[in-house]
Design a protein around this ligand. Structure first.
Ligand SMILES: Nc1ncnc2c1ncn2[C@@H]1O[C@H](COP(=O)(O)OP(=O)(O)OP(=O)(O)O)[C@@H](O)[C@H]1O
Length: 431
């Protein structure tokens, strides 16, 4: 499973220029996260700080129990092996073939023999669709191919954390969709924690489990994607719609006179050029391609979100309920592509250690009852957590049906461990 990354009170400056301050967030293990923000707000600086390439003045970055802002160079070297990083420009060595570029981390960090290096490199080359191009130099291929080569290189050490700095920059919308799908498939396959820095709203809407946004030197928010997509905060709304009217200016601080002039234009019905799309209409998250393993993080994410639901704004709660209902409806229609139901269908309700207690339908109280390996329907149709009975007993007994089922805090600790172990066919369900 991927590694949780916990950032606490992080502040970074270059000389007298403060980039951001007091940034705190947790990238949950194995989940896909996106970081948005206007140009120059320090998103790339944030990524580089997470891998210890840049040093913050304050705060901590805890990875696998180690605070990388305080650890020794040797410890940092070891922690860095957990990472795969796709830099904004691919950061390939111009004088090396794609093959040698992709092989580089293996030759640098492992003692693998060349035939093993070849096997791994060619596997990743295939994965990113570059078979046949491995002998070319970076200067001989397109920008999109360089991106994919950079991603292949980021994957060769089987990273537990993948950082992608603008994986879509310079790519057409179709190639962007392919690379986004690839990230979801990779997540399904290796369950790595992923952080994507992007300006691409379509990626933000369809790929991550969680989204954060930097603005005016602060983390405006970080949470389930529905929270940001339904946010009423002007900066978030403006960023999503791409409108020039709003707090974000050409440079970070918008002049008061400019803001007043814009407000007047807006009042006069003049367009700021933004899209009229309604981002609070949550569109379904991209699923792994058929044949890919269950995306275990999606199951954990659901348990996490249900646990924190009561702390979120009302419209985010509503959007999450709808997302879950929609996900379950789609799952019931095509169980073979459903993350949740595939996992659930591999679960044995009769097993005393691992059984789940049902999925709620949604605001209308529609209930989609999944079945287990024996075709049994979940015992209780009134609860919303995937749980070991001993962990969830209280929640099960107390949860009302329908909309209200989401309003109570649920103890989700250790919740989906059992089901994930089961779906992997890995014996014990003891937390
Ligand atoms: N090594 C450095 N030394 C000094 N200043 C730096 C350094 N790296 C970045 N900066 C400054 O930090 C600020 C944030 O840069 P960064 O590249 O992180 O922004 P960003 O949000 O990723 O922007 P974009 O979306 O345009 O890529 C910029 O003002 C940049 O000039």
């Amino acid at each position: 499973m991927g590694v949780e990354v916990t950032v606490e009170g992080l502040t970074k400056s270059f000389g007298s220029q403060n980039i951001w301050r007091d940034v705190s967030l947790t990238l949950p293990a194995g989940e896909v996260n996106a970081l948005l923000g206007p140009s120059g707000t320090g998103k790339s600086v944030f990524l580089k700080t997470l891998i210890g390439l840049l040093h913050p003045e304050q705060g901590s970055v805890i990875i696998d129990g180690t605070d990388i802002t305080q650890c020794s160079a040797k410890e940092l070297y070891e922690i860095r092996k957990l990472f795969g990083v796709l830099f904004q420009d691919g950061a390939l060595f111009g004088s090396m073939s794609l093959y040698d570029n992709i092989a580089f981390p293996l030759r640098e960090h492992t003692k693998k023999k060349e035939d093993e290096v070849r096997r791994i490199v060619m596997e990743k080359v295939e994965l990113v669709g570059l078979a046949g191009a491995e002998g070319k130099l970076p200067g001989e291929i397109s920008g999109g191919m360089r991106k994919r080569a950079g991603l292949a290189r980021a994957l060769v050490l089987d990273p537990q954390i993948i950082l992608c700095d603008e994986p879509d920059s310079g790519l057409d919308p179709v190639r962007t969709a392919y690379i986004s799908q690839l990230l979801i498939d990779i997540n399904a396959e290796i369950d790595a924690t992923i952080l994507i820095v992007t300006h691409n709203i379509n990626i933000a809407r369809t790929i991550p489990d969680n989204i954060g946004m930097l603005f005016r030197k602060e983390l405006v928010m970080f949470g389930p994607r529905e929270q940001l997509l339904t946010s009423e905060q002007p900066v978030v709304k403006q960023f999503l719609s791409g409108d020039r009217f709003g707090p974000i200016g050409m440079s970070e601080e918008k002049d008061e006179s400019v803001a007043a002039a814009e407000a007047a234009m807006q009042a006069a019905g003049i367009s700021g050029g933004g899209t009229a799309d309604d981002f609070s209409e949550i569109i379904p998250q991209v699923q792994p391609n058929p044949g890919m393993p269950v995306r275990k993080a999606a199951i954990r994410h659901r348990a996490n979100v249900l646990g924190m639901l009561h702390t979120l704004p009302e419209n985010a709660q509503h959007a999450i309920r709808n997302s879950i209902a929609e996900e379950d409806r789609r799952a019931a229609e095509s169980p073979e592509t459903s993350t949740t139901l595939v996992a659930l269908s591999q679960t044995d309700f009769n097993d005393p250690n691992a059984r789940f207690t049902g999925l709620p339908g949604g605001p209308e109280g529609v209930y989609v009852a999944p079945t287990d390996v024996h075709g049994n329907t979940a015992a209780s149709a009134q609860t919303d957590v995937v749980a070991r009975p001993d962990m969830a007993k209280t929640a099960v007994a107390q949860q009302p049906a329908g909309d209200d089922a989401f309003t109570q805090p649920i103890d989700t600790s250790a919740i989906e461990t059992a089901i994930i172990d089961k779906s992997n066919g890995q014996g014990s369900n003891q937390a």
